[in-house]
Design a protein around this ligand. Structure first.
Ligand SMILES: *[C@@H]1O[C@H](CO)[C@@H](O)[C@H](O)[C@H]1NC(C)=O
Ligand SMILES: *[C@@H]1O[C@H](CO)[C@@H](O)[C@H](O)[C@H]1NC(C)=O
Ligand SMILES: *[C@@H]1O[C@H](CO)[C@@H](O)[C@H](O)[C@H]1NC(C)=O
Ligand SMILES: *[C@@H]1O[C@H](CO)[C@@H](O)[C@H](O)[C@H]1NC(C)=O
Ligand SMILES: *[C@@H]1O[C@H](CO)[C@@H](O)[C@H](O)[C@H]1NC(C)=O
Length: 189
């Protein structure tokens, strides 16, 4: 008899733990996004909260987990964008100037992918200063791509949304790495 109630108590505890975890994770996401948005005018709280919330809860129990998720989201996004660029490059109706920019962008996004892969490794090694430097390189690459389209009047970037996404995702990662480096510094003092 006690056996059954033991199992149900155990089950109840498990439910408590799970719902507690979910609350922690939504909380840490929103708090982190808020902190980052407070420090930068380009940083979008809504984008940050929505992007991080999409990832399964189990990973998001601390800032470090959140950081690696943000870098992985950025990497996935850059990878998607490369295939979008390849598709656009086959479009013969595009302005030749825009096509030339797309060729450049393809290189910049490839660089972003390589750099993001490096930054995941470096991030996991807790070398936060180098990780920040690499994430800045990613944001510069994305911006350089987008700037190309501005050099000719009347040309509209076909990668506006992609620029926005990858820039924001890298900015989220950058901010989390920054917050983590502050924690490390205060430990070392
Ligand atoms: C976190 O923010 C999102 C969107 O801003 C909101 O829907 C959600 O209720 C918030 N969660 C918590 C735990 O504050
Ligand atoms: C989440 O955690 C699981 C298991 O620990 C892992 O396989 C997966 O890659 C993680 N996802 C992200 C986005 O970090
Ligand atoms: C990632 O990239 C794709 C293609 O560029 C974009 O449509 C999508 O909204 C992005 N996803 C996120 C979570 O930002
Ligand atoms: C090619 O680009 C034009 C102008 O941006 C667009 O309207 C058209 O749908 C594209 N065609 C293909 C096959 O993607
Ligand atoms: C790219 O997107 C970011 C927001 O994520 C924005 O601040 C920036 O102005 C965009 N770059 C260009 C050149 O439009």
């Amino acid at each position: 008899m006690w056996h059954i109630s033991f199992v149900s108590v155990l089950y109840f505890c498990l439910l408590l733990i799970i719902s507690h975890q979910t609350a922690i994770s939504a909380d840490i996401i929103n708090q982190t996004c808020k902190k980052c948005a407070d420090e930068s005018i380009v940083f979008s709280y809504e984008f940050c909260s929505a992007s991080l919330q999409e990832v399964p809860e189990s990973n998001v129990t601390n800032l470090q987990g959140l950081g690696s998720i943000a870098i992985k989201l950025a990497l996935d996004n850059a990878t998607n964008t490369i295939s979008i660029i390849e598709q656009l490059l086959t479009n013969k109706t595009l302005d030749p100037f825009a096509l030339a920019c797309l060729e450049d962008c393809s290189e910049h996004y490839s660089e972003a992918i390589t750099t993001l892969k490096d930054s995941i490794k470096i991030f996991l090694e807790e070398d936060y200063d180098t990780a920040r430097r690499l994430l800045t390189v990613v944001m510069t690459a994305v911006t350089t791509c987008e700037d190309c389209f501005k050099d000719k009047e009347g040309v509209v970037s076909p990668l506006e949304n992609e620029n926005y996404s990858l820039f924001q995702l890298s900015d989220i990662a950058l901010c989390i790495v920054h917050l983590l480096s502050l924690v490390v510094r205060s430990y070392n003092q």
